[in-house]
Design a protein around this ligand. Structure first.
Ligand SMILES: Cc1cc2nc3c(=O)[nH]c(=O)nc-3n(C[C@H](O)[C@H](O)[C@H](O)COP(=O)(O)O)c2cc1C
Length: 375
């Protein structure tokens, strides 16, 4: 984050508006100008062209989850920067259909980043060129995936054991695109090799535009609690000038505010808590602005969003796949609703859009517009 200059608001206003200090402007003009100036100086900058609002909320890249239909609902409720699912660089250069499809995005999704992974410099460089041509806002490199089939190819979190390789891969990507390049990684390979502080400096020196840190090691996978103290150390390192985003276990407005204040990160990335609950972005923002809780979504709103998500899923993937892949979202969307088990069971058995619509409509009518507390 840029820091406020020593210049007082009055002189900035005067300089901006040409107002004469002997003839001061009205209070509302002051407020407007101050807000504008605050917005400029509190914003988060990635590269030269991406300006995010103060304390942005990022939607995490999630394989098989963060596709365009899901991103649509997250954008609707306030995600400031979203990412594609991770894309294999090898797949992309082989023209694999699955990898190519993940490149697609809509204009309304901006700011939007495409994430790649791989252990081969040439494949990463070529993929960066392919991504460049699709014109997202940024390219993100995944140096955090813990999955065996990724790690054994020297990709994802594997490079945390080989920082020179990580630097080479990053350089290859940066040199192959005009877009800003960001990195998402973990604290280190395991408890005995938490090297994120060194990694952050090396990657910044290579020219990355921002760093997202998931507060776990590769060995932890998703177990235990994310440790944000090391993320804070990276952020508070005076050598680090790029934005540092924290990630791991943020699932409520209270936690988001607490982590913002305690760890001083520039923004937070949210993954699992958004699945079936895109309202998390709206609720966090509202809580940070007002100190109050935004009312939980009513039944009406939940059903509307499920429908939007479902229809976009079917449009995007076709009826068979769209309906099938939507099944993983129902239980979260309907979490906390009393006596919902039977309805959920019906939803995941139906293969026909009209039948699913009917179940949702019945649910809307029987549950009414009751506002539900998020469990
Ligand atoms: C289903 C699922 C898929 C994921 N896929 C990716 C991925 O493609 N790229 C990536 O960098 N991280 C991926 N992650 C990790 C998340 O981006 C995030 O770092 C992790 O879930 C911790 O954040 P959270 O506690 O907010 O969920 C995935 C996580 C989940 C649960």
């Amino acid at each position: 984050m840029q820091t406020l200059p020593a210049l007082g608001f009055m002189s900035i206003f005067a300089a901006e508006s040409g107002a004469k200090l002997s003839n001061p402007p009205s209070i509302s003009a002051w407020n407007k100008a101050e807000r504008k100036i605050l917005r400029i100086f509190m914003s988060i900058q990635i590269g030269k062209h991406i300006t995010l609002p103060d304390f942005p909320l990022l939607l995490a890249p999630m394989e098989d989850v963060s596709d365009p239909p899901f991103r649509y609902v997250c954008k609707k409720y306030g995600a400031d920067l979203m990412y594609s699912e991770f894309i294999s660089s090898e797949g992309l250069i082989r023209d694999a259909i699955k990898s190519k499809q993940k490149l697609d995005f809509f204009e309304y999704e901006r700011h939007f980043g495409i994430q790649i992974f791989g252990g081969d410099e040439e494949a990463m460089a070529l993929s960066a060129r392919i991504i460049d041509a699709t014109n997202p806002d940024l390219v993100d490199i995944n140096f955090g995936c813990p999955v065996k089939k990724v790690v054994c190819k020297g990709a994802g979190a594997a490079v945390l054991k080989d920082v020179p390789a990580m630097v080479r891969l990053t350089r290859a990507v940066i040199q192959s695109t005009r877009l800003p390049v960001t990195v998402k990684t973990r604290l280190g390979w395991d408890d005995d090799s938490k090297n994120i502080e060194d990694v952050a400096e090396r990657l910044q020196d290579e020219g990355i535009g921002a760093l997202t840190i998931h507060g776990r090691t590769r060995a932890q996978l998703y177990k235990g609690e994310a440790d944000w103290t090391l993320i804070a150390r990276v952020k508070n390192n005076p050598r680090i000038r790029i934005p540092v985003f924290g990630n791991g276990d943020v699932d409520s407005p209270e936690k988001a505010l607490e982590y913002k204040n305690r760890y001083g990160v520039d923004g937070i990335m949210i993954g699992r808590a958004s699945i079936g609950y895109p309202w998390i972005f709206r609720e966090i923002k509202y809580f940070m602005e007002t100190g109050l809780h935004h009312p939980a979504p009513s039944m009406e709103e939940r059903i509307t969003v499920i429908r939007e998500h479902l229809h976009r899923s079917v449009e995007w993937k076709g009826a068979v796949l769209g309906i099938l892949e939507m099944r993983r979202h129902y239980s979260n969307y309907l979490k906390g609703i009393p006596h919902i088990k039977e309805v959920r069971g019906q939803l995941v058995q139906k293969n026909n859009l009209e039948e699913i619509e009917e179940i949702l409509e019945n649910l809307r009518l029987t549950m009414g517009a009751a506002s539900l507390q998020y469990a």
